[in-house]
Design a protein around this ligand. Sequence first.
Ligand code: NAP
Length: 279
Amino acid sequence: MQTERRTALVTGGSGGIGLETVRGLAARGYRVIFTGRNLERLASAKADVEGSVQRAELVSVAADFSSLDQVRVLAAKVRELAPRLDVLVHNAGVWHQQRRVSKDGIEDTFAVNHLAPFLLTRELEGLLRASAARVVVVSSRLHERQRRFDFDDLERRGRYRGLYAYGQSKLANVLFSNELARRLASAGVTSNALHPGDVVTSIVRDSAWLSLGIRVASPFLKTPRQGAETSLHCATSRALAGVTGRYFKRSREARPAAAALDEGVARRLWQLSESMVGV
Ligand SMILES: NC(=O)c1ccc[n+]([C@@H]2O[C@H](COP(=O)([O-])OP(=O)(O)OC[C@H]3O[C@@H](n4cnc5c(N)ncnc54)[C@H](OP(=O)(O)O)[C@@H]3O)[C@@H](O)[C@H]2O)c1
């Protein structure tokens, strides 16, 4: 009898680290649902993985995380498509040089990098619980520069600094992952955050200077495939069964910023996020 394939959902699977995470999970026999905003990029990513992994079972779904409604629609589609969800990789992320607002009028870095994965997780909680899933949250070492989570200027209406907005959103990723780990531990759901390394991708496409910097530094940076290794480790390593609420770098446990370990702040961020997404 053929056993049912395990299912994974990877957000931002249309390029960069996410695409290699999709490929790695498909190669390990997972049925992979993956997301991105653009239908052409999704189709090309699907063809690319199908060309390199035999019997890959892939489904792509378009969703723009700048819109909370689109996150809800995505969650509904995933619930239709997947009777189980063994792995959820929150990988989609943005960095903006100039302040932008989401379709819901929220500062876009926070909206895409934190609120969208928060809402998606809440919408899929039933599936995650039923499958005792592994949640993997792709943060960044740039969260380590943040001394505290800044509740006072969430909208970044003061002087906008892209790196600060990004670092704060990546701190939110680790706070969220840790709080999720505490809340879902009794259901056997695990949640771990990670830094993928410094990887040659298009994440700084907003800035010609940073894009040039990445091109110049590329021999010293990781390839997207290398960048996906820690995500794949957290998603699939047998050694990590039951391991939760941790932070990883180079597929090894590491210490996150002290600010990421504050349980009171994590609870406050959770409650604030609930009110912002309306759950
Ligand atoms: N590259 C690095 O050195 C590095 C370091 C630390 C952490 N990270 C983290 O790694 C993750 C992946 O980044 P990457 O470097 O691979 O970047 P990337 O090449 O720009 O890929 C980003 C992915 O996210 C998707 N995405 C972007 N904006 C979106 C939105 N509004 N709604 C839905 N999907 C959206 C993109 O899909 P589209 O096809 O729609 O554009 C793409 O699939 C991010 O969370 C990033 O913060 C990267």
